[in-house]
Ligand binder design. Sequence first.
Ligand SMILES: Nc1nc2c(ncn2[C@@H]2O[C@H](COP(=O)(O)OP(=O)(O)OP(=O)(O)O)[C@@H](O)[C@H]2O)c(=O)[nH]1
Ligand SMILES: [Mg+2]
Length: 206
Amino acid sequence: MSQINYNLAKFIASYGATSQIPPSTCPEVSFVGRSNVGKSSIMNKLFNRKGLVKVSSTPGKTANINFFEADGIHFVDLPGYGFAQRSKAERQRWAQLIGDYLESERSFNLVVSLVDIRHDPSKLDFNMIEYLRENEFNFVVCLTKADKLGKGQQAKQLANIRKQLQLDPEDIIVTSSQTGAGIDALKRRIEEDCLGDEDGYEGEEE
Ligand SMILES: Nc1nc2c(ncn2[C@@H]2O[C@H](COP(=O)(O)OP(=O)(O)OP(=O)(O)O)[C@@H](O)[C@H]2O)c(=O)[nH]1
Ligand SMILES: [Mg+2]
């Protein structure tokens, strides 16, 4: 059972510039990743709601920073990076938006960094993970769209991508917004990082 009641999720506000966003008032979970990787979809899956977060098969659906709230925690949907078919001006606006946001003074309890399980991480994925690591963000990588691969291929890609991104096993989760795979593991991680360790803490072995 999840300690966070995701069914209470609601839309809060949409911001076109980081300067418009009010200071953090509660723990925040932010979703970053390439355009079309499945950021908005995984949020809907967490919230158990089909259309709360707008999803599209056309990359570049999410153009603003959108805040949602569930049970006193903020969930932040960011525009995707690296969508080549948008104008240069638009790509620059999004890169600026994401950059300004991550550089702002906020409660970054957890950054969920999404990478498509079917492909090697792109240059921009490497850059994002490197940035999160260097700036000491608490982050977890979710490999998305696992339903598109068989079990064997999933395991192979997990090992491959984990090695390429140099991640500890607990910092990478295989997920599918279609089947719900990995969603409980992501929820546990969110709880650990947003609710503190009063309940789930297992303690160190003496
Ligand atoms: N098969 C499958 N399709 C998925 C999954 N997650 C997302 N999709 C599809 O991928 C497309 C993009 O999903 P979005 O959630 O809008 O992706 P996004 O990362 O928010 O994209 P932007 O807002 O453009 O940055 C949609 O057609 C989704 O239905 C998944 O786990 N499995
Ligand atoms: Mg989106």
